[in-house]
Design a protein around this ligand. Structure first.
Ligand SMILES: NC(=O)CC[C@H](N)C(=O)O
Length: 304
């Protein structure tokens, strides 16, 4: 199959689509990103790299970091982790508070903000230097030690984090947050402000496509049992109240972020990342979803 030709076709098809999405503005620093940025990077297990556009430019990974945080927490703790966060789709927006009240402060899954905040709390309790260890984990799975946060995005989100503070306060009232709220918020926002390119993200997500092994040296990072579970959570919960739509249109486990990135994996075949900042009303990259839908249609390679 000529993957580069397929990517070129996706690029030309999408250049004529009139998008209606808006770049995220509730984190002021993200609103400065040009809406016409667009890149895609496909990393195939057997045949290497294919790409187009702004695929080596770094952008704010935002909620894509929730997959790395869950991976770290699952490598430190076993099933007891899931007493504090569930694995069910929420059907609600990423920053919603409503379900938490009914469900006694136990978030529906680790990929909505409430769930990721619980994971941050767990990591703070277990790690010596949470920020350093988190960044080191990303360096380990990408083999790239200069990946870092964007300090402007970090500070920008810190000054507008009222909803995440509300989620933390509510969960703390139910006893599901052990550390102090400022510390958890700070670490959570730190993770979200990491900047990576589509190329780097497709390398990082290769562990989920390759049975838990880094592709570049075959080192086992995560057991295949844990990979199965993380991919299942990405499939059912990776896109908030649009997880069903993504599954139906694209047919891959994946995760999005409000920076406009989406990463998806086809276990045994490839990891792919796409970046286009304008978001649809559910907070997922409008053109990113479209590009991935075309990829699985044109290659015939979805998991279904
Ligand atoms: N969906 C996202 O990417 C949200 C992440 C963002 N940092 C927030 O907490 O609001």
């Amino acid at each position: 199959m000529n993957y580069q030709q397929i990517l070129n076709e996706i690029k030309s098809e999408l250049s004529s689509i009139h998008y209606t999405g808006k770049v995220a503005s509730y984190i002021p620093e993200l609103a400065k990103i040009k809406p016409d940025k667009f890149g895609m990077h496909l990393h195939c297990i057997n045949s290497g790299h294919y790409n187009f556009g702004d695929h080596i430019e770094r952008f704010s990974i935002q909620s894509i970091s929730k997959v790395f945080a869950l991976t770290m927490a699952m490598s430190l703790l076993d099933d007891e982790l899931f007493k504090r966060v569930d694995v069910e789709p929420s059907g609600d927006p990423f920053n919603s508070l409503v379900q938490l009240e009914y469900e006694n402060g136990i978030p529906r899954n680790p990929f909505i903000n409430a769930g990721a905040l619980v994971i941050s709390d767990i990591l703070i309790s277990l790690l010596k230097e949470p920020k350093k260890d988190f960044l080191n984990f990303i360096h380990e799975i990408t083999g790239n030690t200069d990946i870092d946060i964007n300090p402007k995005v970090f500070l920008s989100e810190k000054s507008y984090s009222y909803r995440n503070a509300a989620l933390l306060n509510l969960m703390k009232s139910f006893g599901n947050i052990k550390n102090d709220i400022e510390t958890v918020l700070d670490f959570y926002i730190y993770q979200c402000s990491i900047a990576m390119s589509c190329k780097e993200l497709s390398t990082a997500f290769m562990i989920y496509a390759n049975g838990g092994k880094r592709l570049f040296d075959n080192e086992q990072i995560l057991s295949s049992r844990k990979v199965k579970r993380i991919n299942a959570i990405m499939q059912t919960c990776g896109f908030y109240d649009e997880a069903g739509e993504f599954s139906y249109r694209v047919g891959l486990p994946g995760k999005s972020g409000v920076g406009g990135g989406i990463v998806a994996v086809h276990p045994g075949q490839y990891a792919v990342a796409v970046w286009s900042p304008p978001l649809n009303p559910k907070g997922n990259s409008e053109l990113g979803m479209h590009a991935l839908e075309r990829l699985t249609t044109l290659t015939g390679l979805s998991i279904f």
